[in-house]
Write a protein of this length. Sequence first.
Length: 448
Amino acid sequence: MSFIIRSKTVLYGNFLLFFLSVGFLKAQSDIVTVFKDDSGSKLQVNGKDFFIIGMNWDYFPTGTNYSYNLWAQPDDMIKEALRREMQLLKEMGVNTIRQYSGIPPKWVEYIYKNYGIFTVLNHSFGRYGLMVDGEYVVNTDYSEKKTKEILLNEIKELARKFKNTPGVLMWLIGNENNYGLFWKGAETEDIPTGETLESVRARHLYSLFSEAIDEIKNTDKNRPVAICNGDLLFIDIIAEEIRNMDVFGINVYRGVSFGDMFEKVKDKLDKPLLPTEFGADAYNALLNLEDQLMQAKYLMGNWREIFEQAYGKGKQGNSIGGMTFQFSDGWWKYMQDKNLDIHDNNASWSNGGYTEDFKPGLNNMNEEWFGICEKGPADEKGLYRLFPRAAYFALKEALNINPLDENVTNGVINNHFGRLDKEEYLTKAKEYKKSYSSSAESKIRSAE
């Protein structure tokens, strides 16, 4: 915000008061609310409708793994890395990224102020284990007193730390923690009739989620709080144990269609729905080669349904946006601490929803190939180039309409998505990469 003094007769006291009020306003975060009526649910930021065009984003140079920390690098390197990534995201139309809580507040604010991109701030909530009394516990026990205390304290500190940070759109707790409940171990409590060991653990998990939501809301009443579930597993228990969440987040991989997801969430939870992860890898396990058209097909199908289920479109009306998984390939994801300089084509799990490369008995999901951008080699600073795939260019065009616009009917959405040409976007992806290669070659020749 800027202002111009148009008169030299402004009283010093009034000027100081105005200056202080401007500074106060600049320091305030946006007020994000959930609006709900008979037409459905939608987010509003400072009273204006907001539809999440989101992306799961991280930064891991080739040759590194989950232990790499971008935020520990020099500021000038971070700014250059963000320039390369955020500019591409902004040009694509992305207005929100999902990030884990390791990011410092100043960089959330920096991304927002320089690129206009919000952050959904995610705490994993013991999904990958937890340090308890100096010992790393692999399988988080959400019924254990010390574990509960640690997690709730972390949540309270996170809310306090980011409460007034501009750029935080929403709080997100967990990351499909329900999938982590299936482990063997001694249990001392009796299992109630009709329950399984996993469902008992689920009740502990979701009741603790509910406590965590309250902790955030006690500190920050200006942003919604969501949980992140793995598909619809334990949805009946969620309905019983969590009544205070504002948004239901879901990681879901079902192929080109979400099926009955929107209907079931409407029926069981009646909460706004945000697919926090969805997508497709860009590697065809049967053909054993990159398949950009296959990836683009699935992402376009998913986003079409996210738009069709938005507020006022005549269907469930509970879609508030989505978050594509993911922006760039993760070269470390197959073995995590080996072959970090190799783009492995190993398929580590099977999913029949992705029919092009599905064959019963064989894995077809390639964890290192989910990026809608290909990742180039990193230099000595950890900087690398991204090369957008066909899915990037397809979504750049697909997502340039606003489903919350009352003139954008489902007919308009279907016509819009129906005229998208995947082959055209594959050509654009090839041309983008070729132009960079030609430019790099010219620089090398000039240097020689």
